[in-house]
Design a protein around this ligand. Structure first.
Ligand SMILES: Nc1ncnc2c1ncn2[C@@H]1O[C@H](COP(=O)(O)OP(=O)(O)OP(=O)(O)O)[C@@H](O)[C@H]1O
Length: 247
């Protein structure tokens, strides 16, 4: 029996007269790494924004574990377990990875920000932050200034900050943006091994990465899901080849 974590039914989104997608049907299975691909402007980022609640759809519904979250705010969706990575902003760039992870953990646990609490009370979170940074190979950089770290490590830290929230669904919109092909592959290798078992939906342009690291792939084109399947199925799908891969 299938175990669907995230589902959309009849999801439509338009910006004024521009229909980005129309009646989108999508299902994410628990524990899978699922890639969304499609031509430029197909609506992949818009889809992620609608699923995470940053944008409201013009029609249709989003379900998390069977619960309708279409009207749930982005903030409450994070609490419910729909978490996306964000590019490290200027605030986090001027902090150390340890400080950033502590802020993420405090937010998750609904306690005051680390700077507002006595150091002693932070011990469990410091231990957890240490363990997380260690797991992701960032222990040696824990107290370095984030903006001084190589881009690959900054991208990895973005994943750690989202992963720290214990997502039910982790969404990544081009997590390897700005990295070289090799660094991108390295990031996905780490994602695949270190977050194995985490349900993950990612948008990615590099087809080598998609076909290597996704267990299933959905193709967004012409306003709907053109096909969903294993990398092998998508690679040999005639419609997909015509609409997308062939170009
Ligand atoms: N806030 C917005 N207002 C108006 N139009 C928008 C907005 N956001 C996106 N669009 C338009 O919606 C369409 C889909 O954009 P989107 O960024 O979701 O595509 P994408 O598949 O992620 O593209 P890419 O692969 O280039 O990142 C595009 O035509 C884009 O110009």
């Amino acid at each position: 029996m299938s175990d669907v974590v995230l589902q959309t039914r009849g999801l439509s989104m338009a910006f004024g007269g521009l229909k980005v997608f129309n009646g989108l049907e999508f299902a994410l299975q628990r524990g899978e790494r699922h890639a969304v691909i499609g031509p430029n402007g197909a609506g992949k980022s818009t889809f992620v924004a609608v699923v995470t609640g940053l944008l409201s759809p013009t029609a249709g519904k989003v379900f998390l574990d069977g619960r309708d979250v279409t009207r749930t705010s982005a903030r409450d969706r994070v609490k419910a377990g729909i978490v996306r990575t964000f590019q490290i902003n200027t605030l986090f760039a001027s902090l150390t990875p340890l400080e950033s992870v502590l802020i993420a953990l405090s937010q998750r646990d609904g306690v005051a920000r680390p700077s507002l609490r006595p150091l002693k009370s932070l011990k469990p979170q410091i231990e957890e932050a240490d363990a997380l940074l260690h797991k992701f190979g960032l222990a040696d950089d824990a107290t370095a200034l984030t903006q001084a770290l190589p881009y690959g490590k900054q991208r990895l830290l973005e994943v750690v900050l989202a992963f720290a929230l214990r997502p039910r669904v982790l969404l990544l919109d081009e997590p390897a943006a700005g990295l070289s092909t090799h660094q991108g592959q390295e990031l996905f290798e780490q994602l695949a091994t270190l977050t194995d078992g985490t349900t993950m939906l990612f948008v990615e342009h590099d087809m080598n990465i998609v076909f290597r690291y996704a267990q299933r792939v959905s193709v967004l084109a012409g306003g709907s899901v053109l096909a969903t399947g294993t990398p092998e199925e998508i690679r040999s799908h005639d419609g997909v080849k015509g609409a997308y891969l062939g170009h």
